[in-house]
Design a protein around this ligand. Sequence first.
Ligand SMILES: NC(=O)C1=CN([C@@H]2O[C@H](COP(=O)(O)OP(=O)(O)OC[C@H]3O[C@@H](n4cnc5c(N)ncnc54)[C@H](O)[C@@H]3O)[C@@H](O)[C@H]2O)C=CC1
Ligand SMILES: O=C(O)[C@@H]1CCC=N1
Length: 268
Amino acid sequence: MPIRIAFIGAGRMASAIVRGLLEKEHYAPEEIACTCGDDPTGPALAEATGIQFLKDITPALYETEAVVLACKPQQFAAISPELAEAARGKLILSILAGTPLVRLSEKFAHARNIVRTMPNTPGQIGAGVTAFAPLRELSDKDNGIVENTLSSLGNFHEVDEVDLDAVTALSGSGPAYVFEFAAALREAGVSCGLDEGLADALAIDTLLGAAMLLAESEETPEALRNAVTSPGGTTAAALKVFQEGDFRGLVERALAAAKARSLELAAE
Ligand SMILES: NC(=O)C1=CN([C@@H]2O[C@H](COP(=O)(O)OP(=O)(O)OC[C@H]3O[C@@H](n4cnc5c(N)ncnc54)[C@H](O)[C@@H]3O)[C@@H](O)[C@H]2O)C=CC1
Ligand SMILES: O=C(O)[C@@H]1CCC=N1
């Protein structure tokens, strides 16, 4: 059976996409191939999912419809000109943070089209969100491939490429901020006298419940926050500390740092 989609890189994000594609039955395992660098990720992904691992994937690219670039941005330069040439006439989907379409199209000069995307790790369980920007308008066929791939990870939005560095700062890196907040809640709960296991369970269910309420409610985050905050009560006491510590300013500076780093990655 010919390969229809090939993954250059077989790490965490490639695994999430492969699993999503298989779960939604967009491809049979034999129609997907991956390669990797000098580590065991490719054989491990093949073993876990039934897809093919090819140490040298270049010959197989001639028959594929689409190629997903899923190595690290710093590993992009190591992709050989021979591999890029074998991707002539193919649809290229990149998940590389920071790497702009202009740089992707220098290497994959003869691709049918190139789509720069920014997914996130909740895609592992179909709860991700991805933004994408195509180099040229997508044909119906390529639009179908992009939609199948991104919908298997969760929700998706088409954006102008210029927005993708900010998207990376917000939703690409964003799960890490939430996990850091969950860990901070757990530690603070322990400081307040709770058992660690209980603090962990309370932190997770609080984040999950609040996110589900926010997604289902018509209210803004501010309105939902206010609904928790009784005048002169406990929440007001905590939010005052957040405000004194410039919580919003801190988040703004964190996203600005991530966006600046994404822009720097363009040249690495
Ligand atoms: N981890 C995350 O939360 C997100 C990551 N991304 C992007 O996804 C990409 C992959 O990230 P992860 O999966 O986290 O990394 P990872 O380190 O888990 O996987 C990288 C993969 O690339 C392979 N590789 C290295 N050099 C190679 C080469 N020359 N040819 C082919 N394969 C090669 C490695 O063997 C490995 O399989 C990165 O570009 C990152 O910017 C995008 C959104 C979210
Ligand atoms: O930290 C990174 O560079 C990647 C891109 C977004 C999430 N992880």
